[in-house]
Ligand binder design. Structure first.
Ligand SMILES: Nc1nc2c(c(=O)[nH]1)N[C@H]1C(S)=C(S)[C@@H](COP(=O)(O)OP(=O)(O)OC[C@H]3O[C@@H](n4cnc5c(N)ncnc54)[C@H](O)[C@@H]3O)O[C@H]1N2
Ligand code: MOO
Length: 472
């Protein structure tokens, strides 16, 4: 909450000395005093984390994980000879005397068997049921004979028996280390008898969504706001290489904040004891009486790694580390601001924890002139038109419309951008990579007669055209 200037009823006694009161007198100029530039914040978040070591995870949560060690066959696969058909296990040539299923077969004996059934000792082949006839001999005793469409001499020795070790022998490599596990790999691991597989570390992320004005269904009344984080953050966290492990909603009280940050165990299906590596909070990054993030971190003995970034939107972003090693990423409550803070701080942090390189920033030619804004970087969702990036509309800190329509985000330097100048940009976690200058994107594809292979950083020979007015 930013609205209420007073301190909550649950503020501990004496918790508001002069210094904190001074902090509540926040001015817009504070953007410029943020400790980190945009580039520094990214690097600081990336450098703060070390890759999570590998470990075993349950098969049901291993999809997409990178295998750390080869999966080898623990025993022959299949590990016993079995029938490939419903029918009869037989020893020798017919007619056969039927005996009880599973018993050792002497020559000219047969016993019923189902597909997949264990081949009994003494059996040499399986006669499929449609080629078998159960009759009686002269003395009225049951006797099994070939019939139906059986070929002469059927079954041949070994016919319809799946031999042990046919798929793999004990010790064979089934899946090589480094592979990204797909559903068939998981099924193969299960077939081989594995309950868990060794995978590379991946950050477990727990979400704490704050704000008593936030509602998670229906049309919000005045004073209420519909939650924009629940519907997108788990998926975006996954796209950034994390495992979204449960989300908790709390109000604005300090006790709720403290309890949420103290609680280490997220809900990870299949891995109940896995603690969160990162807690992402939303809201409460401001410095009003109901913004408790920094105080809760301090009370838990945590240290602030990033406390504000000289950027807009998203400048109040916070990154802290708790004594137990968990990171706390505080995203501002404003929806677009939060996503920009997540891209700036969260993406490098999750990349480093998950063994990935720093998320890339590419240059795109800018389709419009952007004024300077000394002292801070502006993150502007943009749309690509004829290969040029133009800032999207509807990109206020509390809006989502511009981001929803965007092809990426421009990282506009404080000194602004000239029309046609190259400007750094990053891709959206769900979007296409930023096209390299000169590389045509789908929209930019020339229909006729256009030249290809233009020099990288050069705008079209006729000079750049400001297309931004075409964007709705
Ligand atoms: N005096 C000052 N006030 C504010 C400053 C400032 O520098 N001085 N900075 C503004 C900026 S910029 C931002 S960003 C916000 C940061 O606010 P908080 O992180 O403390 O977040 P809240 O106050 O709780 O909420 C802000 C805004 O976002 C809405 N919100 C919260 N949660 C959700 C959600 N799940 N879905 C949609 N919208 C959400 C909330 O209702 C508020 O409207 O502070 C500014 N104020
Ligand atoms: O800079 Mo705040 O982060 O709107 O939007």
């Amino acid at each position: 909450m930013t609205a209420e200037p007073h301190h909550g009823p649950d503020a501990p006694p004496g918790a508001e000395p002069q210094a904190r009161r001074g902090e509540t007198e926040h001015t817009p100029a504070d953007h410029h005093q943020a400790a980190h530039t945009w580039q520094e914040a990214r690097q600081a978040a990336f450098d703060a984390a070390t890759p999570i070591p590998p470990g075993p995870v349950a098969l049901r949560i291993a999809l997409g994980r990178k295998l750390d060690r080869d999966i080898v066959a623990l025993q022959d696969m299949p590990h016993y000879a079995s029938s490939a058909m419903d029918g009869w296990a037989v020893n020798g040539s017919g007619p056969w005397i039927p005996v009880e299923a599973g018993s050792r077969l002497a020559p000219h004996q047969a016993s019923p068997i189902a597909t997949g059934g264990l081949i009994p000792p003494g059996a040499k082949a399986v006669l499929r049921s449609e080629n078998a006839v159960l009759g009686q001999d002269d003395e009225g005793l049951p006797v099994l004979m070939t019939g139906g469409k059986a070929r002469p001499g059927e079954p041949r020795a070994g016919e319809h028996i799946r031999k042990a070790g046919e798929e793999a022998l004990e010790g064979d490599i089934l899946v090589k280390a480094g592979v990204s596990l797909n559903p068939a790999h998981l099924a193969l691991a299960a077939l081989a008898g594995y309950d868990e597989v060794p995978v590379q570390g991946k950050p477990v992320v727990r979400l704490v969504l704050t704000g008593s004005e936030v509602v998670d269904q229906g049309t919000p009344a005045p004073g209420q706001v519909r939650d924009t984080f629940g519907p997108q953050l788990p998926d975006v966290v996954a796209m950034l290489g994390g495992i979204a492990a449960g989300q908790q909603r709390i109000g604005d009280s300090y006790t709720e904040w403290l309890a949420a940050l103290e609680d280490v165990l997220p809900e990870v299906p299949g891995a109940p004891d896995l603690p969160a590596d990162v807690v992402i909070t939303t809201g409460g990054t401001g410095r009003s009486g109901t913004d408790h993030l920094r105080r809760a971190v301090a009370e838990l003995g945590g240290r602030l790694i990033i406390d504000g970034v000289a950027m807009r939107p998203g400048h109040p972003a916070v990154l802290a580390e708790l004594p137990d090693g968990r990171f706390v990423l505080g995203l501002p409550g404003n929806p677009l601001a939060a996503m920009m803070a997540l891209s700036t701080v969260g993406a490098p942090l999750l990349a480093a924890l998950g063994h990935h390189p720093m998320p890339p920033v590419e240059d795109v030619p800018c389709g419009t002139m952007i004024e300077p804004d000394p002292g801070r970087t502006r993150l502007m969702p943009f749309r690509l038109l004829y290969g040029m990036a133009s800032p999207a509309q509807h990109t206020g800190p509390g809006m989502m419309r511009g981001l929803a329509a965007a092809d990426g985000v421009l990282v506009v330097p404080p000194h602004g951008v000239q029309l046609g100048e190259l400007v750094p940009a990053f891709a959206l976690p769900w979007g296409a990579p930023i096209p390299r200058p000169g590389e045509s994107d789908a929209k930019a594809k020339p229909r006729t007669g256009a030249r290809t292979g233009q020099p990288k950083a050069k705008p079209a020979a006729s000079g750049p055209v400001d297309w931004s007015a075409l964007l709705g």
